[in-house]
Design a protein around this ligand. Structure first.
Ligand SMILES: [Zn+2]
Length: 167
C-alpha cells in the first residue's frame, strides 16, 4: 500500500473505507489482526461486513479495526480521523485545528477535539484508548515490533510512517 505523500493524496486515499481499514489494521497489527478478547492471531476478515472475526467461539468474536482505539466511540469516520492524523504527523511546524477544520469540512470545535485526542494518544505511542492504563503503559514502553507483541507496536508503526515519507 502506497502511503500518501501530499495532503491532497491523503484526503483522497482515506476517502475509501476499505483503504482506511487496511491502513489502520496494518498500523495496529503489523503481523495480522489480533483478537482483542482472546489474543488469537489467526482471525479472518469478513469483507462484506468490514469486520474481523475470531475463530474461537466466545462473546465479541467479531470486532472492527477501531476496537480499543481512540476512534472507536466516535461518530466521525476514519475518513476524517486518518487524514487528521496524517496532517499532524506530517506537519513540520505544527498544524492548527483551523487548518484541520478547513481541510476536512468539520467544525473548528470538532477539529480541536480530534487534534487533542490524536496528540494525547500519539504521545503514548499509538492510537490506543487511554482509559486502559495497562495497555497504554505497555504500548509506551514496548515501542518495538516483536512477533508475540505485534499489537503493541503502534509506536514504531507511527514512526515508520514518518520515516517512509522521507524516501
Ligand atoms: Zn478471540
Amino acid at each position: 500500500m502506497e502511503y500518501p505523500t501530499t495532503l491532497l493524496e491523503a484526503v483522497k486515499f482515506f476517502s475509501n473505507e476499505e483503504t482506511c481499514i487496511e491502513y489502520l489494521a496494518s498500523v495496529r497489527w503489523p503481523s495480522g489482526a489480533v483478537c482483542p478478547t482472546c489474543g488469537r492471531f489467526d482471525v479472518s476478515y469478513l469483507k462484506s461486513q468490514k469486520r474481523f472475526q475470531c475463530k474461537s467461539l466466545h462473546a465479541k468474536r467479531q470486532f472492527s479495526v477501531k476496537v480499543g482505539t481512540i476512534f472507536e466511540d466516535s461518530a466521525l469516520g476514519l475518513d476524517k480521523w486518518l487524514p487528521a492524523v496524517w496532517m499532524i504527523v506530517n506537519s513540520k511546524h505544527g498544524v492548527s485545528s483551523y487548518e484541520i477544520a478547513r481541510t476536512l469540512g468539520v467544525t473548528q470545535k470538532t477539529a480541536w477535539f480530534m487534534d487533542h485526542r490524536i496528540r494525547v494518544a500519539m504521545a503514548y505511542g499509538g492510537f490506543n484508548k487511554l482509559d486502559d492504563p495497562v495497555e497504554a503503559d505497555e504500548t509506551y514502553i514496548g515501542g518495538k515490533t516483536t512477533d508475540d507483541k505485534g499489537r503493541f507496536s503502534n509506536k514504531s508503526a507511527v514512526v515508520g510512517v514518518v520515516e517512509k515519507k522521507k524516501d
